[in-house]
Write a new protein. Structure first.
Length: 353
């Protein structure tokens, strides 16, 4: 599988780091390629990547799980209970569960970075964006819905999302290379993303790739996290342990109960036929999970070329981090690479008949 990834360097991406966990252990951790089209330094397993939409599951969804478990967030409460500014026709019917299943009826996206001058204006635009569909009727993968959920989490905790996650998740798990707004002294370890010709007009290096997350100050539930494969392996091992009700390390975060994690990671069928769990996705035809993940697997992808899949029935996880958007997002070969990597890992870990 590593040889396959190596064959994709300078075709699908400048660099990739893969981590595979199996039966409570990390069985593979490998890096291929170089930092960028213009930086030929070889990456290592400690290279930091912009996670893009993995932020939705590693950060935002986990925060929601913790708050549901503590009784502070109700999945079937209206969003307006937590975010009174979330206003518009039929928006009183939008539930937290709808945001997590991308069935709120909100549009997928709008150019907040161009329409707003600061975070406050951007959030006001999100909160007053009209629904395109009735809540629960249609699946539309929505960054705007994730931003609305971010506001709910911040209202409940009284803290910015980055502060809550640093204190309650990343710190206790020892994820020392995971954070929003990476400091300048991390820059030499960060793989650059795209040469932004739309918003910031520079090569993005240690700065969130997503334009709207940039307008939100680099901290949002839909994008903004930076991390490494070893840190995400810690997270995956912890989440699989919690879901299976195994005893976590003493320094682990306050764990959600196994039934809460099981609920968040099972397909919700909202609307009927959707593959989405709560925050997470589940395997479907042509998904990045490939063809061989189990029926209870769950995962997610990120626009910059990242992905994570976990199969609780096999105690398996696959983490793939790349900067496929360097130098440009027009390179879409990552779609085939993700599926191939997932299948190669499953084949390698399947006992012969």
């Amino acid at each position: 599988m590593v040889s396959y990834l190596r064959s994709q360097v300078d075709s699908a991406f400048p660099s990739a780091v893969v981590a595979v966990g199996y039966r409570d252990s990390v069985v593979l951790l490998a890096a291929v390629g170089h930092y960028s089209a213009d930086d030929k330094r070889p990456v290592t397993t400690e290279t930091i990547y912009d996670l893009a939409s993995l932020t939705k599951v590693i950060g935002l969804t986990t925060a929601a799980m913790m708050l549901v478990d503590s009784g502070k967030l109700d999945l079937d409460a209206p969003v307006q209970r937590y975010v009174p500014a979330f206003q518009g026709a039929n928006k009183e019917r939008v539930l937290i569960r709808h945001l997590l299943t991308h069935s709120s009826g909100m549009p997928a996206w709008r150019p907040l970075y161009a329409e707003a001058a600061n975070r406050e204006q951007a959030l006001a635009l999100v909160d007053t964006t009209a629904l395109l569909r009735q809540p629960g009727d249609t699946f539309v993968y929505s960054d705007l819905g994730a931003i609305a959920l971010t506001q709910a989490v911040e209202a409940i905790t009284g803290r910015r999302l980055n502060e809550f996650l640093d204190a309650e998740l990343f710190g206790p798990l020892g994820m020392t290379s995971t954070r929003f707004l990476p400091p300048e002294n991390w820059r030499s370890r960060i793989a650059p993303t795209e040469n932004d010709t739309v918003f910031r007009h520079r090569l993005l290096h240690g700065e969130v790739h997503d334009e709207n997350a940039g307008r939100l100050g680099g901290v949002s539930g839909h994008a903004g996290l930076f991390s490494t494969a070893p840190d995400l392996a810690r997270f995956a091992l912890w989440l699989l342990d919690v879901r299976a009700a195994r005893t976590p390390p003493s320094a682990a975060p306050r764990r959600p109960s196994p039934p809460i994690v099981q609920e968040f990671t099972r397909r919700q069928s909202i609307p009927a036929g959707s593959s989405r769990a709560l925050g997470w996705d589940t395997p479907s035809e042509n998904s990045s999970a490939g063809t061989k993940m189990g029926p209870n697997a769950f995962g997610h992808t990120g626009f910059t070329g990242t992905s994570i899949w976990l199969d609780p029935d096999r105690d398996l996880f696959i983490i793939l981090l790349t900067n496929r958007v360097n130098p440009t997002r027009t390179n879409t070969r990552i779609f085939q690479v993700r599926r191939r990597v997932a299948d190669l890992v499953n084949d390698a870990l399947t006992p012969p008949p």
